[in-house]
Design a protein around this ligand. Sequence first.
Ligand code: IMP
Ligand code: MG
Length: 172
Amino acid sequence: MPELYEVLSKEDIDKKVAAVARRISSDFKGSELVMIGVLKGSFVFLSDLARQLTIPVKIDFVGVSSYGDDVASSGRIQLNREIGIDIKEKNILVVEDIVDTGITINYLIDYLKSFNPLTISICTMIDKQQRRESEIRIDYACHEIQEGFIVGYGLDYAENYRHLPELYHLKL
Ligand code: IMP
Ligand code: MG
């Protein structure tokens, strides 16, 4: 049986999301921001983050998958939902559940650049640093870890555990 060890409680998560939301609200004060959530993992984080912002935003999603049902990235990215709103000359905030190797976020940055936005910033719930393959500027990270497989708060293992309100370390 897989075992779950709590990494962040609901309270910890709330505080960290609120702190990042304050920074984003202040950095983008007076300008238009489009949040682009990366499905499926970011759906919980994005909904909490968006409701803590004090600036008006538009929201869209892209769908990508790289993992299949494994804990290690396949390295192949599939785009299964394209953006649906015009982002030309807009400030974009990509909202991720977790950045691991960075392959997904690099792919998405290239994809979004092709629509000529004004700026692209990266926001992630978890910045997992050990397996990073290329240098990525993460503008906003709620929580940093070195390693381990994390589930809950939107993050899955083989589509399980996304509904858990806390973040857990999964030991297989
Ligand atoms: P990357 O392309 O290696 O940076 O992986 C990014 C994607 O892999 C994330 O958007 C997640 O969906 C998934 N992922 C990476 N690490 C974890 C983890 O610890 N738990 C759950 N999903 C993960
Ligand atoms: Mg995933």
